[in-house]
Design a protein around this ligand. Structure first.
Ligand code: DX5
Ligand code: ZN
Length: 214
């Protein structure tokens, strides 16, 4: 079962509530919320107060992607704001296992994100504790970048690792996912697809979501 997570980074920020309602009505399972701090990545996007305001507009799963330094300091506020899944970057975490436990203690599902250049080994010891591994298929920081094809092998290796160890964690991919790359990442083993420009840039977003699903 493939889930589609449109990234509101590509939405019209002047009417975010309406933009969230549109994708839910068009059949998206998740709303992907990209949190950037101007330090882990150059841009600054949105914080927990925005997520809190958006929460009543949608019943979809709120999939918060923290691209921030010191993710441990953000768990409480995003959980209270209504996040369902909280994903943080392995590269930004000193005590990743503790953060995973804290996310769960807050009643949310923990995800761990890896940049394209970060080996799978950074997630390996935690796989059994995670609900999701997010493999970045571009370098984080901006929407609308080109998919990095060598990530297909990484997705396959992670799927194999999960299967060998009987772990049911989701594999989410993020960056450059469109009608061309979606079938490739699905074939490699991804089951949650983030898409910013491919959804919000489409004339018919319902059709765009169906196309990504395959
Ligand atoms: C990039 C973000 C992505 C981004 C994806 O750092 O994490 O979620 O919005 O945008 P597209 O789908 O346009 O590559
Ligand atoms: Zn993202």
């Amino acid at each position: 079962m493939i889930k589609i997570a449109p990234s509101i980074l590509a939405a019209d920020f002047s009417c975010l509530g309406e933009e969230v309602r549109r994708i839910e009505a068009a059949g998206a399972e998740y709303v992907h919320l990209d949190v950037m701090d101007g330090s882990f990545v150059p841009e600054i996007t949105l914080g927990a107060s925005v997520v809190k305001r958006l929460r009543p507009t949608s019943k979809a799963v709120f999939d918060v992607h923290l691209m921030v330094e010191h993710p441990e300091q953000q768990i409480d506020s995003f959980a209270k704001a209504g996040a369902d899944i909280i994903t943080f970057h392995a590269e930004a975490a000193v005590h990743a296992h503790r953060i995973v436990q804290d996310i769960r203690a807050h009643g949310c599902k923990p995800g761990l994100a890896l940049n394209p250049g970060t080996p799978l080994a950074m997630a390996e010891e935690l796989l059994g504790d995670l609900d999701m591994v997010l493999l970045m298929t571009v370098n984080p920081g901006y929407g609308g970048q080109k998919f990095i094809p060598s990530m297909l092998r990484k997705i396959k290796r992670l799927r194999q690792l999960l299967q060998e160890n009987d772990i049911t964690a989701d594999i989410e991919v993020d960056g450059g996912i469109n009608a061309d790359t979606a079938p490739q990442v699905i074939a490699a083993g991804a089951n949650v697809l983030v898409a910013g420009s491919a959804v919000y840039g489409a004339k018919n977003i319902g059709q765009a979501i169906q196309t990504l699903r395959g």
